[in-house]
Design a protein around this ligand. Structure first.
Ligand SMILES: [Zn+2]
Length: 309
């Protein structure tokens, strides 16, 4: 069955790039509603923005959605990952500013808030997007591919990153995102960047809300953030978290195998455009119990949320 959050939950903090404070509330919604954002600080005109692939405006550093009136919300990817990973299919997310609070830079605070309220089943089946034919996007920076699911699997992911800084270096990870894997393995991994990039971003009016607490900052072989890493491969785990959140803008859970090779928000969004431009590459399937049990939100237990932040 489709689900929604059982009751509203509020988060407050600054946006990573804008540095602007915002108060954000995830509210329950009906079946077939999907995930929508609403800017409560915009009183004239259309303040609703669907968290959908075709509303995503490509930005290099975050996933930003914008509606036809030009109303936008930035950095939706971590809360989207939390909703996908906890199996919440329908929600209205009210926010009184231009950017989702970064909190600790991971999705763990969102997961903890959602799981504290719990999820409620609605009277409609979940429709998943089953990948039938491979689709891929290749760019000079990296590539991403979606292919049919492996036997008895839902969404599986392989991710590869390769950074010159020795503190990150080359990292590879493969996961099957069922049975609470997202909550156990990915949700507490924080966004990361290089000190040299921080200086360049801030000179360009970005990362204004960034601190050593809400992002892992590295410089060569050194981790500058106090307390160091939460996982030795925290960077690739965070890229998988981002990919799950970005894939959830498809509007439904994906049954398939995702590969990301130095892929970021832009490449994953291009991949969804490629998928939906190829009607033979996918089909919508109503999930029975057996298929539902393979989705990322299946089997999530509240006591498995990592005790961080
Ligand atoms: Zn991220």
């Amino acid at each position: 069955m489709q689900t929604t959050i059982r009751s509203a939950v509020t988060f407050q903090g600054v946006g990573l790039h804008s540095g602007q404070p915002a108060r954000m509330t995830i509210r329950p919604a009906m079946a077939e509603h999907g995930i929508w954002f609403k800017r409560t600080d915009i009183l004239l005109g259309d303040a609703l923005v669907p968290a959908r692939w075709d509303s995503v405006e490509v930005t290099p550093l975050c996933t930003r959605i914008v509606n036809q009136a030009g109303v936008a919300i930035s950095t939706i990817e971590h809360v989207m990952a939390a909703l996908a990973g906890c199996g919440v299919h329908n929600a209205l997310i009210e926010i009184d500013g231009p950017e989702v609070p970064i909190l600790d830079g991971s999705a763990a605070p969102f997961v903890r808030g959602i799981m504290a309220r719990g999820v409620r089943a609605l009277h409609a089946p979940v429709h998943a997007i089953e990948i039938l034919e491979p689709v891929a996007v290749y760019t000079a920076k990296g590539w991403a591919r979606l292919s049919p699911a492996r036997p008895d699997e839902g969404l599986t992911m392989d991710f590869h990153i390769d950074f010159a800084d020795a503190a990150i270096g080359t990292q590879d990870k493969s996961l099957s995102l069922a049975n609470g894997t997202f909550v156990r393995e990915l949700c507490d991994s924080r966004t990361f960047c290089r000190q040299a990039d921080v200086d360049a971003m801030q000179a360009n009016g970005l990362a204004l809300g960034g601190t050593y607490e809400n992002a892992v900052v590295v410089d060569g072989d050194k981790v500058l953030s106090p307390g160091g890493l939460r996982h030795s491969d925290e960077a690739v785990r965070h890229k998988m978290l981002d990919a799950l959140g970005d894939l959830f803008t498809a509007g439904a859970p994906i049954i398939g195998h995702y590969e990301g090779h130095k892929a970021g928000h832009g490449i994953t969004n291009m991949l969804l455009h490629e998928l939906f431009a190829n009607p033979d590459a996918y089909r919508l399937v109503a999930c029975d119990d057996e298929l539902s049990a393979r989705l990322p939100g299946a089997g999530v237990e509240r006591d498995e949320i990592p005790a961080v932040a």
